[in-house]
Design a protein around this ligand. Structure first.
Ligand code: HEC
Ligand code: HEC
Length: 266
């Protein structure tokens, strides 16, 4: 999300601040210093999360390329990192989550952050339904013309998309909040790689791992292959790289205008 925030999240967070002011008292049993320690851990965790996780799970952990951690049953059943920890340090390479070699204390901070986010979201639900019901008009605060101009001009969207082709009817396919998340963090097109062996033999497939030590692919031949990274040549193609770059480029106004344009594609 970088410099600009989702409109949806802006609405959400204002509701959450309200909720937090009204209800987020630390449990009476926990001593004040314990609550303060938790809050400090969650703050450190926020920075770690932003740096390592937000690209896929969004700054607030509601998901993007990776799943929504707020509504994840694994996360909800976690006790002190027992379930989240192994996913973070081991990754799920076959499903698109890389391993993170973090220290136990860092994992604990991440867990504290995610738990704090859950508390905020749960408070929010006491004040109304989940934001899936937010109507398009509340999110579409830009202008259609500016969005169309950006789409066809500086956004470069027409290099890969067409509003009469693949994006025709996109606003019917997703409800407004999902559409917002989808165009910012699309998913579904895996990164592929062509691996060339010293012999010149080439293997092509979905990239599973490329960490400096090993490269692994799910080959087009249906087999799993891996090689020491230094032994082969690797050409990576990430079809979503353009979207990752766009996230750095959008101003808030660009995002609002684009979204306002996209919701007209019914
Ligand atoms: C490159 C994208 C990516 C990054 C970066 C990433 N994740 Fe994930 N994460 C995923 C994907 C994809 C899944 C779903 C894997 C699956 O379907 O089993 C996932 C799953 C998870 C799950 C399990 C959720 C569940 O319900 O099963 C947790 C917990 C999690 N990630 C936490 C983190 C944390 C914490 C970080 C940062 C240290 C992080 N992730 C970084 C992509 C990512
Ligand atoms: C270099 C190519 C490229 C560019 C440029 C690009 N996209 Fe995409 N976009 C993709 C790919 C690949 C996907 C994933 C499609 C899939 O797997 O279904 C995608 C997905 C999307 C989706 C979700 C589609 C769906 O059905 O879930 C939307 C909406 C979208 N892009 C909008 C845009 C907009 C708006 C721009 C310009 C600001 C843009 N894209 C620029 C390649 C691109």
């Amino acid at each position: 999300m970088k410099k600009s925030a989702l409109i949806l999240l802006a609405i959400l967070s204002s509701v959450m601040v309200l909720a937090a002011q009204q209800g987020a008292q630390p449990p009476a049993r926990a001593g004040a210093s314990e609550a303060a320690a938790q809050a400090a851990a969650a703050e450190r965790g926020r920075a770690l999360f932003k740096q390592n996780c937000a690209a896929c799970h969004a700054d607030d952990a509601t998901g993007g390329r990776g799943p929504d951690l707020i509504r994840s049953s694994l996360v909800r059943h976690d006790k002190g990192g027992d379930l989240i920890g192994p996913v973070v340090t081991g990754g799920r390479a076959d499903k698109g989550m890389p391993p993170f070699p973090l220290a136990d204390s860092q994992v604990a901070d991440l867990v504290a952050f995610v738990q704090a986010q859950i508390t905020l979201f749960d408070l929010h639900t006491r004040f109304g339904p989940y934001p899936n019901d937010i109507p398009a008009e509340r999110l579409a605060t830009g202008t259609v013309e500016a969005g169309k101009a950006y789409f066809e001009g500086p956004g470069g969207c027409t290099k890969c998309h067409s509003v009469t082709g693949d994006l025709a009817g996109i606003a019917k396919k997703y409800n407004p909040p999902d559409l917002e998340v989808r165009f910012l963090y699309p998913s579904g097109s895996p990164t592929t790689a062509v691996v060339t062996l010293p012999s010149g033999k080439k293997f092509e497939g979905t990239l599973l791992l490329n960490d400096g030590f090993y490269v692994a692919i799910n080959g087009k031949d249906g087999w799993y292959h891996s090689w020491p990274r230094s032994a082969v040549k690797v050409e990576v193609t990430d079809p979503l790289a353009a979207h990752a770059e766009l996230l750095q480029k959008y101003t808030d106004a660009d995002m609002h205008n684009l979204f306002t344009y996209l919701v007209t594609l019914k």
